[in-house]
Design a protein around this ligand. Sequence first.
Ligand code: NAD
Length: 496
Amino acid sequence: MSIKVPITVAVGDGIGPEIMTQTLRILEAAGAALEPEFIEVGEQMYRAGHSSGIGPAAWDSLRRTRVLLKAPITTPLGGGYKSLNVTLRKTLGLYANVRPCRSLYPAVATRHPTLDVVIIRENEEDLYAGIEHQQTPDVVQCLKLVSRTGCEKIVRYAFEYCRRHGRRKLTCMTKDNIMKLTDGLFHRVFMEIGREYPDITQEHQIIDIGTARLADTPERYDAVVTMNLYGDIISDVVAQLTGSVGLAGSSNIGDGGALFEAIHGSAPDIAGQDMANPSGLLQAAVLMLMHLGQRETAARIHNAWLCALEDGQHTADIYDPETSRAKVTTTGFADAVIARLGQLPRQLAMMSGTAPAGVSAAPAVPVTALYGTPVVVQELVGIDVFLRWDGKQPEQLGRQLEAICGDRMQLKLITNRGVKVYPDGHPETFCTDHWRCRFVAANAVVGAAQLKFTPVPFADVLALLHRLVDNRLYVIKTEHLYLMDGQRVFSLGQGE
Ligand code: NAD
């Protein structure tokens, strides 16, 4: 008998307990060598005052087992609560979110019978840093943070995943035509690392047209690697194309642990009715078994699951009078899977107990950032001062700032929501109460044709800030402007 592997299990909220009970029943019936430790996370813990929905005892279990099988949880609405999912991913360093999506046609109706795509999503950075501030009565901000190390880890993981799983093409999606620094970095790293994987066809698409094509002709894609927010959206789009969001599982992989879950939420609208589809969580459990090296058991469960679907045993979300034979409950579906353990599907591609199938997650390959952040010379050449200013005429603010900025700094421009409004703004531009005022050294050349920044001592910046405050201007935030190895690494204002 094989040694049982301790895993942490969170039964979740809403439909969570129902689908977890049935998933664990199937795992046990299939002979999975697992020793579950149950933890409490989610709604109850939020209500008990844990702002991220998790308490110290749960962290202890996770540190011990390093593997979490988690049912969906409900994030209470209202301020003060942080997403448990984001907290778990970031605290445990689970940088890769892998969602394999494959159509189950003809067992499950879909307009895309040959769809077979894996979405590999960066899981820790981007807008999910969750750093938001209200800066003026009119304007709020969310910081998008992207690191070279983070990009390298996910991009290399994606290429490695393709090699291990026989995926021949990897598509990178970003919005680097607009976000040249953040998304531009992700795209650049994709091209750099891609040179080491000539055996894999590579392409880049802007996320908007990429999503449209993915929704229209998913058959032309094999694997997609993308940033956190885009990946969150497109993985739901693709999962839905296979027939139901209730069918897909996902893995969250890091060097120090792994989390497996269904892609859907806690579905409070159908909770307690024994009608939810447990397939998403079951698929997550299959991915977990692959991760733990219990491949034969994973294949046994996966094949029995395919047989149940082929035999038309369908929960309400995928029930179709044309193809289904019985509308089954959550428990009834689990019974159908258990009854078919040991059988092989007739039409759907079966999973082998030895080779990794398209539905499995890559084992956590140790993926380290090889290029790393290069050592660079970093020079301060100016400052963006963000002001709350309730006036309406940029000319008035511009003249006031020019009069007080002193002889060591000069005002280069003012933008409002990124668009230049001074000097030479357009009267049509709508202005909020949030003004970005860019100051550079007095001897910098700011003419459009020969932009040339020169170093600014930090003392000059501090003196400028003093003068602004002394003149009753309301400084709400500052951003330093740097050259790195002589290159400008901040965006120009629209129209600068
Ligand atoms: P949802 O995924 O829970 O439900 C969307 C729709 O899909 C509903 O009509 C639901 O009945 C249906 N559905 C979902 N899973 C199903 C299943 N297994 N079988 C049959 N039908 C299913 O999304 P939502 O309603 O936007 O979110 C509900 C709650 O879940 C929210 O509190 C949200 O924060 C949370 N949530 C949690 C996770 C997670 O824990 N990973 C993910 C997404 C949403």
